[in-house]
Write a protein that binds this ligand. Structure first.
Ligand code: 5GP
Ligand code: MG
Ligand code: MG
Length: 179
């Protein structure tokens, strides 16, 4: 599996250090929250990131997951649908969405708008990676692990064709893997 990786972009140690920093920011913000926060992890890509973050978060919360998929329509507007929704009512509650990577921003814009429409008190976005140059909609992350170049990344939850999610670092795939 490691033979398929061209280069390591974010090592496990870099990731661990950054997760500590992100968690410290979230802990400071949500520790004395009046309403119980709901943490929503976007499956499957955010699974490893969310789990590693969770063990660092020390405020009371509920945890839930959604499954979101985006489709590219005939026109260039990607359409996002939920194949699994949250089980909690978000009304008047702070929601924190945990996502693997922001690319066009469509998935997260869809989720953020959805929770706001349902009456969430606030919706914040915590994303492991961000590709600022690829954004196509007006969506900004509130807590970002690392900015990424416009390359296809795998590892730490991110897959290529269902593989490589279990790599403990973020890497760039060798070209021959796609070929
Ligand atoms: P967006 O709605 O922001 O365009 O799409 C975000 C989703 O696209 C991510 O949650 C992820 O599933 C997928 N994605 C975007 N960039 C990458 C990448 O570099 N590697 C992998 N494995 N998935 C990506
Ligand atoms: Mg995703
Ligand atoms: Mg994927």
């Amino acid at each position: 599996m490691n033979n398929d990786i061209e280069k390591i972009l974010i090592s496990q140690e870099q990731m661990n250090n950054r997760l500590d920093e992100l968690a410290a920011q979230l802990n400071e913000k949500y520790t004395n929250s009046k309403e119980l926060p709901l943490v929503v992890s976007v499956m499957t890509g955010a699974l490893m990131f969310s789990g590693k973050m969770l063990e660092r978060l020390n405020f009371m919360m509920n945890l839930d997951v959604v499954k979101a998929s985006s489709y590219e329509g005939a026109h260039s507007t990607g359409k996002v649908t939920l194949s699994q929704d949250v089980k909690y009512d978000v009304k008047n509650r702070p929601v924190i969405i945990m996502e693997d990577i922001i690319d066009t921003g469509r998935t997260l814009k869809f989720l953020k708008d959805l929770f706001l429409k349902r009456g969430a008190a606030s919706v914040e976005i915590c994303a492991m990676m961000d590709k600022p140059k690829s954004h196509e909609v007006d969506l900004k992350g509130d807590y970002i692990g690392f900015n990424a170049p416009n390359e296809f990344l795998v590892g730490y939850g991110l897959d290529y064709d269902g593989l490589y999610r279990n790599l403990p670092y973020i890497g760039v795939l060798k070209h021959r893997v796609y070929a």
